[in-house]
Design a protein around this ligand. Structure first.
Ligand code: SAH
Length: 272
């Protein structure tokens, strides 16, 4: 048993002992990053926790191959689809974690990619701490790095880019607002990586071009990055919207903009 699992296992014993002694028997919530999809990209620490979890509450974007790693005895709760509804609202998910932590030793909150990158992990952790629940974050490989990598696009390169910006393209009310300053983004770095950007892509492209990026600027869209069904669409700012329409390209995808996208020609297709 590796050190971490051993620690987790002894925690469970501690929690049981605490329960027997009538002490505070709250469990612990682990906010675990599931990585972008390929189960080989899950961290050892995260995998160890999935294998000994009592409860796992997971998001819609967590890949089925990762779900398979979960302890068969664990209660699995899909926070992306529950009671026939589209998804649990954030408060319900937090409340559920608090309740489960009162009943169990090891509660895993499993999130796609990294929990702290556009995943509301920071908010969830804050709310759990406020509720007096012990919580720890286990980072994951974020899709903004992994999806371009599997498409043969390094985000930095000595010839093409010495800076990267990660930005959300999702501007629906109440989410990752207030609005992104696309003009500043256009000039802030040589590589731009956009999460949740497909829906708003026409607007984003228009803003970036208005801010001065050339219509020939290379752009790549990578859907279901690192999964067996990964799809890529390569183009330029001036062509990509038409390409998306023609191919019916859909979310979830990472958008990469900048000269590093040229590297795709040289580096893609090298995956075993
Ligand atoms: N915390 C996650 C991001 C959550 S926001 C992370 O670190 O990766 C959800 C967005 O992430 C999606 O809309 C999409 O833009 C991106 N995303 C997540 N998984 C992806 C994947 N496997 N391939 C491409 N994009 C992905």
């Amino acid at each position: 048993m590796n050190r971490h699992r051993h620690e987790v296992a002894s925690r469970r014993v501690d929690a049981k002992d605490a329960k027997e002694e009538g002490k505070n028997c709250l469990g612990k919530v682990y906010l675990v990053g599931a990585g972008p999809g390929d189960p080989g990209l899950m961290t050892l620490k995260g995998k160890g926790l999935l294998e000994c979890a009592d409860v796992v509450i997971y998001d819609a974007l967590v890949s089925p191959a990762i779900i398979e790693m979960i302890n068969p005895q664990a209660e699995k709760i899909n926070a992306g689809k529950r009671r026939g509804r589209h998804s649990l609202v954030q408060e319900e998910t937090t409340q559920l974690m608090i309740e489960k932590a009162q009943e169990h030793a090891v509660v895993v909150r499993l999130k796609g990619g990294d929990p702290f990158v556009f995943g509301r992990g920071g908010e969830e952790m804050e709310e759990l701490l406020q509720a007096g629940v012990d919580v720890e974050v286990v980072p994951g490989i974020t899709s903004g790095i992994a999806a371009p990598a599997y498409a043969g696009i390094p985000l930095t390169h000595r010839l093409y880019s010495s800076s990267v910006t990660f930005v959300t393209g999702h501007e629906a009310a109440g989410k990752y607002r207030p609005s992104v300053n696309w003009s500043a983004i256009a000039h802030g770095s040589e590589t731009i990586v956009i999460y949740m950007g497909i829906h708003n892509l026409p607007y984003i492209v228009q803003e970036l071009v208005k801010a001065g990026l050339s219509l020939e600027t290379p752009i790549a869209l990578v859907r279901w990055g690192t999964r067996p069904d990964q799809q890529e669409l390569l183009g330029e700012l001036g062509t990509i919207i038409e390409q998306v329409e023609q191919t019916g390209f859909e979310a979830p995808a990472i958008v990469v903009i900048g000269a590093v996208v040229h590297m795709h020609k040289i580096l893609s297709g090298c995956r075993l």
